[in-house]
Ligand binder design. Structure first.
Ligand SMILES: CC(=O)[C@@H](O)[C@H](O)COP(=O)(O)O
Ligand SMILES: NCC(=O)COP(=O)(O)O
Length: 250
């Protein structure tokens, strides 16, 4: 295994989205998490939204107690969520912005504007033993503030780039890719561990893997969708291959 191999975290939120469409117990996101680990995932990500639209408290409790690989608990920095993380003690806690009316996580956390509120949240999560990560835009100001706030990890939001690629806006896509590459290098230069996620597919993950500063990708929606056609094991193997190819080419 190459020393600089990228870690692949699998986000199981949208297995729960399908389950919740019918209100029963199936498909079970925890079963998907076990399967993802058996298929080579390096960790599992799950986002317990305040409105519980996909992952629910009972899912998070089972993920925290059952998994053999690290759990990355994505959450808004609310009292309720920080309290839950203190109770469940997941390996990692990733603070993300959240709006009830949004369809998905639309941008990065406003770490500059919310620094005063984030500082105690980060301190409490660290005291609970969680590796704290901040989900932010790939720009200097939020990255520098993340370092100042003592977060050891940043996850750079790849959504704007992935949308530009999907929409065929080549110039915007190239500019967004350069923004991510520059942001990742800057974050690494400050001693931060650099992750990426949101909207990644095989092609975008392959291209981004060539940027050496990244050490982990968290991917969910695309893989859960692909699993309908080729199965979860195959889609994870194909994503692993794409990331390894990209890294080797970098
Ligand atoms: C923060 C983030 O990017 C993830 O939470 C992911 O997008 C899945 O959750 P949603 O689709 O509910 O935003
Ligand atoms: N933090 C990003 C994540 O966990 C997965 O995002 P997506 O692939 O579901 O868009």
């Amino acid at each position: 295994m190459p020393k600089n191999r990228l870690r692949l975290g699998i986000n199981v939120d949208h297995v729960a989205t399908v389950r919740n469409a019918r209100g029963g117990a199936l498909p079970d996101p925890v079963r998907a998490a076990h399967l993802a680990i058996a298929a080579g995932a390096d960790g599992i990500t799950a986002h317990l939204r305040e409105d519980r639209r996909h992952i629910r408290d009972a899912d998070m409790e089972r993920l925290a107690s059952e998994l053999s690989k690290p759990l990355n608990f994505e959450m808004a920095a609310t009292e309720e969520m920080i309290g839950l993380a203190e109770k469940l003690k997941p390996h990692a806690a990733c603070l993300v912005p959240e709006k009830r009316e949004e369809r998905t996580t639309e941008g990065g956390l406003d770490v500059v504007g919310q620094a005063a509120a984030l500082a105690p949240a980060i301190a409490r999560l660290k005291a609970a033993g969680c590796r704290v990560s901040l989900f932010i835009e790939p720009d200097e100001a939020p990255i520098a503030m993340a370092a100042e706030l003592g977060a050891p990890v940043v996850e750079l939001h790849t959504g704007t780039w992935c949308h530009a690629v999907a929409d065929g806006h080549a110039d915007k896509a190239e500019a967004e890719f350069q923004r991510l590459a520059k942001g990742a290098a800057f974050a690494a230069s400050l001693g931060l561990e650099v992750h990426a996620g949101h909207g990644l597919d095989y092609d975008t993950a392959r291209k981004l893997a060539a940027v050496p500063a990244f050490v982990e990708f968290n991917i969910g929606h695309f893989l859960v969708g692909e699993a309908i056609f080729v199965g979860l094991e195959t889609t994870i193997a194909l994503m692993r291959q794409a990331m390894d190819e990209g890294r080797a080419a970098g």
